[in-house]
Design a protein around this ligand. Structure first.
Ligand code: PEP
Length: 249
């Protein structure tokens, strides 16, 4: 099963619900393929409770874009805990997005976030990715391995963690990796995950970074790829649906 996860970032107001409605309706009608994928949308925190109610038991699920690193309640002005997210019926959260890492979210904060999200039984979209400089120095795999091992523990319920490989240089830039390069990274990363975590579990890895309906064909044949994290193109129902349509064409 493939994931198509839309990350709205700091966009969206109550009436943006119609975007999700259209995606949900499309997915309901898409009888031929709708068992092959799961569509999930991550709106900002302000819309989570309302959207979570409206899309309860629907084809499309709702995801939080982040959670605070401390559990339950506390004197943390402006923060929202994984516990609070779970309590409004949300089952997914994005953690470690490079836009948050750029604002100081380091491995130790991400580690705490993942711990509290797991404790509250959330499914985690865990973002990792190298920047332009690291790619140029051929450090990609080293960076990805470090981002994973600094944060995930062997005794975690690893099935709750979906890795989103998002090269920083690709987010919002229109640039995507060469298919052969991406394929190689996916294969090596999956192999590493199995051996490091001493498991036969086949980790789910998504790709994220400038995915749209014009470049989606590049990803079609990658059987190691378990889906996509989609930023810009998820704010329009047409663009998001076109990605799914083209992927299964
Ligand atoms: C993202 O922010 O997770 C992302 C993939 O953005 P975009 O698709 O706009 O590059």
């Amino acid at each position: 099963m493939k994931y198509f996860i839309g990350n709205w970032k700091m966009f969206g107001i109550p009436r943006s619900i119609k975007i999700i409605d259209r995606i949900n309706n499309f997915s309901n009608r898409d009888k031929k393929n709708n068992k092959k994928y799961k569509a999930i949308i991550a709106p900002p925190h302000t819309l989570l409770q309302d959207f979570s109610r409206k899309f309860k038991n629907k084809k499309v699920s709702i995801c939080a874009q982040n959670c605070f690193e401390k559990d339950r309640f506390g004197a943390y002005t402006g923060s929202v805990s994984a516990f609070m997210i779970k309590k409004i019926g949300i089952n997914y959260v994005i953690i470690g997005h490079s836009e948050n890492r750029a604002y100081g979210e380091n491995d130790s904060i991400i580690k705490e976030k993942i711990f509290t999200a797991l404790k509250n039984n959330l499914n985690i979209i865990f973002c990792i990715g190298e920047d332009k400089n690291q790619k140029r120095k051929k450090l990609t795999l080293k960076v990805l391995k470090k981002q994973i091992t600094k944060v995930l523990k062997r005794n975690y319920n690893l099935k709750k963690i979906i890795i989103a490989y998002e090269p920083v240089w690709s987010i919002g830039t229109g640039k995507i990796p060469k298919p052969a390069e991406l394929q190689k990274i996916l294969i090596l990363l999956k192999k590493f995950l199995k051996s490091h975590f001493k498991t036969r579990y086949n980790f789910k890895i998504l790709y994220g970074g400038s995915v749209d309906s014009k470049n989606i064909d590049n990803f079609k044949l990658m059987k190691e790829l378990d889906g996509f994290l989609i930023g810009g193109a998820s704010k329009s129902s047409k663009k998001f649906i076109d990605i799914i349509k083209k992927f299964y064409k």
